[in-house]
Design a protein around this ligand. Structure first.
Ligand code: ZN
Length: 492
């Protein structure tokens, strides 16, 4: 978002971006209390823990804490950015953070130098230096135990470092393991971040907007709508709001049936549009093809609840019917987890939103159901078959365009559809390698045209073919994406 647009909205910074200044983040009472506890704890050191599901605000809490601790005189605070590193890299980063040159391969010497540095710090400032570790569930066991040994002195009777670990459910499970019990038993302060209520989300959002310089950027009703649809997830809320801001810059006229700014947007009485508006969950955009070009349309992967896998399920509904019937609420989980293949392992998680073109000359916002596998912890999103992964134009329209039909919808989106064809052509060699002869023999000099026909003949229609490509071959028409690959299974 550029300076000019920010000025246009009277904003000092984009309040929905990830990098908002820490001072703009709302310290809720639990976070405030946790910070206070840590301010006390730095006198004695030891471990502290903050946990919560992805999007619950752990990183924000850490940033608030770092900001507070930064204000303590002579306190040195380090943030470990590569928790997944091996021991040698871990030492390299520690050396960098605390300003001591270390030779990672002489661990004995490195730990000695570091500890001397920390002891000198304690002598000078009476505080224990602080090390913050986000995504600590990614840390190796060896790094964990090295940290524990590094941070204690005098036969384990005192701590010379304050360690703040932040992570999701996996961190909690790991701390229950035998190897990490020595750490778990040393945790002195805890902050558990829960799902937010719409009211709490609203408080965070209001605070951010105020800090960004325009408390009235969103109308009260829009604010409420957003908070009610964010499934208690702070990150989801920010992504929703950010999308709106971006699209607003591209002239949104209405949101959730309530006016964001300006006029009516031309929605006809009694139309699908107005009935959807009443439901207050569909964003209706004035049709503006130029503003839609080149945008990423699915925020699903960016929202990422850790690992996401995408599946496609057959449906005869059109995008309008899907939105109008609120069909996302009725979507059943797949029988088997697409990742670990366990049966009946999926439980409801949340929804995410994406955009899809619709016959009524609109782009609709639809909600997509997401489930979580109890066994492998991968979240599974279920995309209706009229949608393509990461492409806003609906599947029947793309298919009609590829077939050379000249329907009004094809004409409306022709530029995008041509772009899709080019993507398909460039993805073809990879695609062919992946599917082999599964859809019939491949000619010596395969062309996009011939493969398109072949797939259609074999599968019936494009939606069906998409499902087969994704589920059997972990690819799709326009590329191979991470969300279609199976994940290595972690030990349960
Ligand atoms: Zn699974």
């Amino acid at each position: 978002m550029n300076k000019k647009l920010l000025n246009l909205y009277g904003l000092k910074f984009n309040p929905f971006a990830q990098n908002v200044p820490a001072a703009a983040l709302l310290a809720t009472p639990p976070i405030d209390h946790f910070c206070w506890r840590i301010e006390q704890q730095i006198g004695e050191g030891g471990f502290a823990l903050t946990t919560g599901d992805p999007g619950s605000g752990k990183s924000a809490a850490l940033r608030i804490l770092a900001e507070r601790l930064g204000a303590v005189r002579d306190l040195s605070v380090g943030l470990l950015t590569r928790p997944q590193a091996n021991l040698a890299d871990f030492y390299r980063e520690l050396g960098h953070l605390f300003g001591v040159p270390l030779s990672p391969h002489n661990r004995w010497n490195s730990s000695k130098v570091l500890r001397e540095k920390w002891l000198a710090h304690i002598d000078a400032s009476v505080h224990r230096p602080v090390l913050l570790i986000d995504e600590a569930q990614e840390m190796n066991d060896s790094v964990f135990s090295e940290l524990r040994l590094l941070s204690s002195a005098d036969l384990d009777s005192r701590s010379i470092l304050t360690l703040i670990l932040a992570g999701d459910q996996r961190l909690l499970s790991r701390l229950e393991e035998l190897e990490l019990l020595p750490i778990a038993s040393r945790i002195r302060s805890r902050l558990r971040l829960e799902t937010h209520s719409p009211k709490q989300l609203q408080d965070c959002l209001t605070h951010l907007l105020k800090a960004a310089g325009n408390p009235k950027l969103l109308t009260p009703s829009l604010l409420t709508t957003l908070c009610e649809h964010a499934a208690g997830n702070l990150r989801l809320l920010m992504n929703l709001a950010n999308d709106l801001l971006v699209f607003r810059c591209a002239e949104i006229t209405e949101v959730g049936g309530r006016l964001l700014h300006g006029g009516q947007g031309g929605a006809g009485k009694g139309s699908v549009r107005s009935s959807m508006r009443k439901r207050g969950l569909v964003v209706v955009f004035a049709w503006r093809p130029r503003c839609l070009r080149g945008k990423r349309f699915s925020t699903g992967v960016q929202l990422s609840y850790g690992d996401v896998m995408q599946t496609i399920y057959p449906t005869s509904l059109t995008p309008e019917q899907y939105a109008e019937q609120e069909y996302h609420r009725q979507v059943r989980p797949p029988e088997n987890c697409p990742n670990c293949r366990r049966a009946h392992a999926l439980e409801a998680l949340a929804y995410y939103h994406r955009y899809i073109t619709a016959a009524t000359a609109l782009v609709l916002l639809i909600w997509v159901r997401r489930f979580l596998c109890r066994h492998c912890r991968v979240s599974v999103s279920c995309l209706p078959a009229f949608a393509q992964p990461y492409r806003p134009v609906n599947t029947p329209t793309i298919a009609a365009g590829f077939q050379g039909q000249r329907t009004p919808e094809v004409a409306r989106w022709s530029e995008l559809i041509q772009g899709y064809w080019r993507r398909f052509e460039s993805h073809l060699p990879t695609l062919l390698r992946q599917v082999g002869n599964a859809f019939g023999p491949v000619p010596l000099q395969p062309s996009a045209q011939s493969f398109w026909k072949q797939l259609l003949q074999h599968c019936g229609d494009m939606a069906n073919a998409t499902g087969q490509l994704i589920h059997q071959f972990h690819t799709c028409w326009f590329g191979s994406y991470r969300c279609h690959q199976r994940r290595p299974l972690q030990a349960a």
